[in-house]
Design a protein around this ligand. Structure first.
Ligand code: GDP
Length: 440
């Protein structure tokens, strides 16, 4: 995420590195570089200018404490200002009404339908809500199927009326259906268009009239940079939405949309989409995003994602197995599956402070676990439960069955045994303490 911008900001900061203090001259030079970096990232021109002017003033106004370097001071100021630029604090959804009606708007391909599914999943799993989805995209028959598939996947009902081509009537009927069935959140997916046109605007305004939504979320593809900001502005002028959803932040997004939308449209970004899977949705935290842009990582989000995926009861059962040295390949495989659910690897690594930068040029395959899973799949149930019993003959068979080779199987088994040993030691507090003491 934003690796290009990160690089360029890093370079801009170098101007100040090694300098004893902040002066008009070195700050002016740094700000020029920062502004260039922002413009290259497709940040709105006015936003970039106001931003660098603010940072410059702050930097010159600060008395440099002897304990921190100009570079560190600038990082701190940049962190604060970037956070502010993206909205300052988290803006949560207002879910106080019962039912809460949420209208989803945006252009075709922005990721509306995908987000609708993700939001239903989020509200059900994280907020304990009972959502109903309403399939209002009548112009694209596949959109209705897509929403039904997603609803099925996340276990949320979908209101569909395939006989109707009137999105306004469908939205209205959907809300009534939700009320009847006791759904406390009703999410309406609406039709998009390839570009903004009058008919679309009239239609969505009419849907707004009849459904009186509590939240209107505008979904936009972050890859489209400045266009995303312009589209947001047009939609907002007509619709007065309550928040923005930025999708596809997992790709090679330059960052312009994330950095400019709040200052141009004056509406908060509420969610970001970071992948195609239903779990790839994050509540937008301006401060965490600022740290990520500055290459400082985002440990808080990483831990939160892990907490969402790992069940406490399961973790306790696993601990018990580890202590008894009974951790087997079935456990190992389910751990891999849970890690995979947390998101794509590149994205996860980007959240570790420093790691994103260090590993930026390393090709990290999202299916790095594939050969490991293939090897485990080729084991018999007996072998999965009894890794110690996997002898040479069995190893050859597993290698053949999994389409890997004997070296890979040997390597995995060795790693597994080593890991099991370390885990057992770590699960014993006295041993763990001893190991820590022996660490270099
Ligand atoms: P709609 O026309 O606005 O309903 O868009 P869709 O929900 O059908 O999404 C368009 C495409 O973008 C689909 O292929 C989605 O899988 C993909 N997509 C949606 N959100 C994300 C995201 O956050 N990251 C990535 N990488 N792809 C996404």
């Amino acid at each position: 995420m934003f690796s290009n911008l990160q690089d360029k900001l890093d370079r801009a900061f170098k101007v100040l590195k090694g300098q004893g203090n902040i002066t008009e001259i070195n700050v002016a030079e740094t700000m020029k570089e920062i502004r260039k970096a922002l413009l290259d990232a497709d940040v709105n021109y006015k936003t970039a200018k106001t931003f660098t002017d603010d940072v410059r003033q702050k930097a010159l106004g600060e008395n440099v404490l002897t304990s921190i370097s100009p570079g560190q001071l600038l990082t701190k100021i940049m962190n604060d200002e970037l956070t502010e630029l993206m909205g300052g604090t988290v803006t949560e959804l207002d879910l106080s009404a019962n039912p809460t009606v949420i209208l989803i708007a945006g252009l075709n391909g922005a990721g509306k339908t995908t987000f609708t599914g993700k939001l239903a999943n989020f509200l059900k799993e994280q907020k304990g809500k009972k959502p109903l989805l309403v399939a209002g995209d009548v112009y694209r028959p596949a959109a209705i199927d897509q929403l039904q598939v997603l609803g099925n996947q996340v276990g949320v009902p979908v209101y569909v009326d395939r006989d109707s081509t009137d999105p306004i009537a469908i939205a209205k009927a959907g809300v009534e259906e939700g009320k009847r069935n006791g759904n406390n959140v009703i999410i309406i997916d609406t039709a998009g268009r390839l570009a903004i046109d009058e008919a679309l605007m009239n239609e969505i305004t009419a849907v707004k009239e009849v459904t009186q939504p509590n939240e209107i979320l505008f979904v936009v593809d972050s890859m489209t940079g400045q266009d995303a900001v312009n589209t947001a502005k047009t939609f907002n002028d007509r619709l007065d939405f309550t928040g923005v959803v930025l999708t596809k932040l997992d790709g090679d997004t330059r960052g312009g949309a994330a950095l400019s939308i709040k200052s141009v449209v004056n509406k908060p970004i509420k969610f970001i989409g970071t992948g195609e899977k239903m779990e790839a949705l994050d509540v937008f935290h301006p401060d965490r995003m600022a740290s990520r842009i500055l290459g400082m990582g985002d440990v808080v989000s990483l831990v939160e994602r892990a907490q969402q995926q790992f069940d406490e009861k399961e973790a306790a059962a696993l601990q018990k197995k580890i202590r008894k040295n009974k951790f087997d390949f079935n456990d190992f495989r389910s751990q891999i599956q849970q890690i995979k659910k947390m998101g794509n690897m590149k994205d996860l690594i980007g959240m570790i402070p420093g790691a994103g930068k260090a590993l930026k040029d390393v090709e990290i395959e999202d299916d790095a676990f594939k050969p490991i899973e293939a090897i485990i799949d080729s084991m018999t149930p007996f072998e999965r439960e009894n890794p110690d019993a996997i002898d040479q003959k069995r190893r050859s068979r597993i290698a053949k069955g999994s389409g890997t080779n004997i070296d890979e199987v040997n390597k995995l088994l060795k790693q597994f045994m080593d890991m099991r040993k370390v885990m057992k030691q770590m699960s014993n507090p006295a041993m763990a303490a001893k190991m820590m003491r022996n660490m270099p």
